[in-house]
Design a protein around this ligand. Sequence first.
Ligand code: ADP
Ligand code: MG
Length: 684
Amino acid sequence: MMTLDQFSVRQIKGVSAPKEQELHAFGVQTVADLLDYFPFRYEDYRIRELTDVKEGEKVTVLGHVRGVPVLQRYGKSKSRLTCKVEVGHWLVTAVWFNRHFLQDQLVPGREIMLTGKWEQQRLQITVSDSEFPGSGNAAKSGTLQPVYSVGGSITQPWMRKTVRQALTQYGAMIEEVLPHELVQQHELMARRDAVHRIHLPDDTKEGQAARKRLVYEELFLFQLKLQAYRALNRKRNDGIAHRIESETIRQFAAKLPFELTDAQKKVVNEILTDMRRPSCMNRLLQGDVGSGKTVVAAIALYAAVKSGHQGALMVPTEILADQHMRSLQRLYADMGIEVGLLTGSLTERKRRDVLAGLQMGMIDIVVGTHALIQDDVFFRSLGLVVVDEQHRFGVNQRSVLRRKGMNPDVLTMTATPIPRTMAITAFGDMDVSTIRERPHGRKPIKTYWVKHSMMERVLAFIRKEVSKGRQAYIICPLIEESEKLDVQNAIDLYVQTQQSFPDLQIGLLHGRLSASEKESVMAAFGANDTQVLVATTVVEVGVDVPNATLMIIMDAERFGLSQLHQLRGRVGRGEHQSHCILVADPKSETGRERMKVMTDTDDGFEVARRDLELRGPGDFFGTKQSGLPEFRLADMVADYEVLELARDDAAALTERDDFWSNESYVRVRNVLQKDQIFQGEQLD
Ligand code: ADP
Ligand code: MG
């Protein structure tokens, strides 16, 4: 039997070859595509009583023509047509612009539907749409009309007509895709009805039920891909079953300079359990800034090495790579573990040494940036990949690195917490470990928002902290478009700061410095040789100098919330009370709102939630690489309950053994087949 995706839109009556070409531009090729081209909102032509309508509101009313129409013409094509119409108890004046051809149809006594703006003062309706009920082409009266995204010669009326025609010709062929039991269990409208109703809703309730059904379908099919991927990955058993002695790990933990928090212990256990399994780990580690994710990664990498393999830690910047390499070397001191560094700025000779070391297995753990995923990098036996601050990395880059090993385990760490609905969507194929508590004895960071005019007092505050032996960051914003200007900004601020504190050592860090220059600036700040570090956002993620207790962010309104929270996370990493000062005179409401969120809370989970609220899901990650899909109907925030439901259903279904064989799941399996889920690479 033919299915709707086998019929070209040309087969719909009224679709010409040129129109077909234009539809292609909207991604509409087949009848199935057209029927799935849902309206994004509705225009309300339902009849109302004028007594319920407020001044200036748009309304649709039903009335009778009274009196004779009056036509005034201006120039060739412009005209103004007025006519008295009786609507309920009112005699109103209907006004049309440039609709002179209606004059002959306005016969006294005739019933008429008017849509337009109601001006009560003048008892007047400025008509945008009118129809004569019972005249045969009164399509809109009393209905909700779909509004499609259209363009070119494809107009709204044409689209409405064509979709209606498609429904007439092919509507009966629309088939259910969801498993029968789910449709029943959630009392979902059948697909055929839902598609009809979403295009031609007869009242809001029907439209809502149709939407609910289609939103569920969209989220379910999306989740099905993620969950199928996850289930297959678990079944495949082609990863590395690491041999890890618990005692080895315990001994390592005992040598740490601090005791692990309960949250850290819990996630270490989750990770080690995964690593011991023969399937590939694909786990997301999320926790707030400063919650101690790095040491968790260090333990996992240690475990990989102890079980005879190599580990790789991939980070977004050279500063971080450098810092992580040092801290790993410190943690693994005297344990015979070789840590290497691979970044873009290595000399050719050093680079060749590192590559050879990795290939021959002399290097156990390599820390690096993008340089890690170049073609000429080979490992003897890559067993674990840790991707730090993952939102900086493209989805593809992750999978490239992954393929370098023999299906290594992958641990992804996020810089800041991700709201739950985001996590389910963007990382739904992963298992999630969450660190909720911060190390003991940490004091909440005190955050203030001040105007630029208070800079004197801010400087005095720096002076005070430094006199207690602490250190401070001053951040100036980076505008991607003009690095040159930013660097100039940073240099100016640096000079000013030097003038304000002639007796202190001031450091300067920005993106234009060479790798070794950055390294020495960071080393000086780390050793408290410089007390104040003027920097661009290059210090945004991961930088760890526990003695720094003051974070000053200039022009803070120019940063997003998660970025502000990240920057703030550079302090509060030791036992001293830390402060964050946002210097900003925001002009916009959202700018003020962001400052308020920052001063309200220093909990990253809460910041993330409010950030999502303020920005909406589309902008949350700020980059295309986030892996977030564009949903046609679903709204990740508004529909989050459906999202969770769909996720649970998809997970339960794909975990069943008969999912892959049972006849009744053929249709959903076909959906997966179409997306080549079985080839495994699709979603990585
Ligand atoms: P993040 O989660 O932001 O990556 P880090 O791993 O950089 O956090 O840890 C922040 C700081 O806390 C580091 O200086 C680290 O050494 C320290 N730290 C980590 N775990 C603990 C702990 N259990 N007790 C005390 N300090 C800790
Ligand atoms: Mg970190």
